[in-house]
Write a protein that binds this ligand. Structure first.
Ligand code: CO
Length: 170
């Protein structure tokens, strides 16, 4: 397990359509383990494979609905949105590949996503609210779409002092 480097906008891989996964062997298992490590290291809630420079249709999500509640964790391969509710809601998003930028994005309030787990078994996930938003954001990444493309407005936030220190070390 290892933390991988997160590629930043405007890296071209973030604009490419990722490929379907057909091989559920060791390379995919390592990728998913590393993506969870990277997501936790970055304190994010979702990560798509192109963000670690791998053009495969893979995403991971780790999201706690409330503080103190164990997070829901998903590794999803070849995800497809099979239902998006007509009801939408607006919410503030950021992206580990676009640090310091936030935006308000309109997303479906509820979704059903089908795909495969890390071993290739079919899975269906129903999600509402923030969890639904995270899946929609990450699936967009697999199609080369970033939240800034959809945001009704965006703004920049001054980085935290710790982030400045981290950037200065690079
Ligand atoms: Co993102």
């Amino acid at each position: 397990m290892a933390v991988r480097e997160i590629v930043l906008h405007p890296h071209p891989i973030l604009r490419k359509k990722a490929r379907e996964v057909t091989d559920f062997g060791p390379a995919l298992q390592k990728l998913i383990d590393d993506m969870f490590d990277t997501l936790r290291w970055a304190s994010g809630v979702g990560l798509a494979a192109p963000q670690v420079n791998v053009p495969w249709r893979v995403l991971v999500v780790e999201y706690a609905h409330e503080e103190g509640v164990p997070p829901e964790r998903y590794a999803l391969v070849n995800p497809k949105l099979v239902y998006v509710s007509p009801e939408t809601e607006i919410g503030t998003e950021g992206c580990l590949s676009i640090p310091g930028v936030f935006g308000e994005v309109v997303r479906a309030r509820s979704i059903i996503v089908k795909g495969q787990d890390r071993f290739g078994h079919p899975i269906t996930i129903r999600a509402h609210g923030w969890l639904a938003r995270i899946f929609q954001h990450e699936i967009d990444h697999l199609n080369g779409i970033l939240f800034i493309d959809k945001a009704v407005r965006t703004w920049k936030e001054a980085p935290e002092p710790a982030e400045v220190a981290l950037q200065a070390r690079k």
